[in-house]
Design a protein around this ligand. Structure first.
Ligand code: NAI
Length: 211
């Protein structure tokens, strides 16, 4: 598996496999066939076999997949078997909501710091984390092995802040600001746009109404 390029389409589907396998484990299921998984996930069994074969195939003919093993292997592939330290830049509604959501931590994403330019927010505690002034950010990144910076700031400030975090050594940006970021090739940007998801929903509402 080492060094093998996995397509982005497969990577995109893995979190969903991971979620289903987690639920199966919680309900005490130890093995599952691709057909059973297919029924639950509403994905064809051949798609499941094809996806999971990318990693050398964890299943055995007539025996199915070992749920726990598959769950752990997918975690390794997604890199969520390790902790990733994260900071949030912009401690407004969205930044605080992310900081308050404990489930990210269960997946290994640990919010270490919150930063904002608003002096009124300085010192405010969010789930045990103190909001700091933005001037403290660079040193904090260097001293706390921060891997990910979440940008929950207005789009007009995103380019400048992206440059600042990259200059401090950040290699991964979780971007919520509604703008595309220009970063060096070795920096990964994951854009999250809930409004785009809503537009797709809107399209499908309209499509259903037509049929
Ligand atoms: P908000 O106004 O509650 O919070 C923004 C915070 O960013 C404020 O506390 C402000 O002081 C701070 N800020 C501004 N410039 C900064 C800088 N240079 N450095 C550090 N902090 C700075 O806004 P809200 O609702 O939390 O939204 C934040 C951003 O996220 C907005 O741009 C909004 O459009 C976007 N957004 C994106 C979503 C998505 O799905 N991608 C969903 C919701 C909001």
């Amino acid at each position: 598996m080492e060094g093998k390029e996995i397509s982005q389409a497969v990577i995109k589907r893995l979190p969903r496999y991971y979620r289903y396998l987690g639920e199966l484990m919680e309900s005490g299921v130890e093995r599952i066939s691709s057909n059973e998984l297919s029924e639950r996930m509403k994905v064809t069994a051949s798609q499941i076999r094809q996806d999971l074969n990318n990693f050398g195939g964890f299943g055995q003919q007539g025996y199915g997949y070992n749920v726990k093993y598959l769950y752990e292997e997918i975690a390794k592939i997604l890199g969520i078997d390790k902790c990733h330290n994260m900071i949030i830049i912009g401690a407004g509604n969205l930044g605080q909501a992310i900081a308050n959501y404990t489930n990210f931590e269960k997946r290994g994403f640990v919010v270490k710091g919150l930063f904002d330019i608003d002096p009124n927010l300085k010192g405010v505690m969010v789930r045990g984390i103190e909001i700091c002034g933005i001037e403290e950010m660079e040193e904090f990144i260097r001293e706390n092995h921060i891997e990910i910076a979440a940008l929950t700031i207005p789009k007009t400030k995103a380019a400048e802040m992206a440059e600042r975090v990259v200059d401090s050594g950040i290699k991964a940006i979780w971007n919520f600001a509604h703008t595309d970021l220009n970063v060096p090739a070795d920096v990964i940007v994951e854009n999250v746009h809930l409004s785009e998801s809503l537009m797709r929903l809107s399209y499908n509402i309209a499509k259903n109404a037509r049929t």
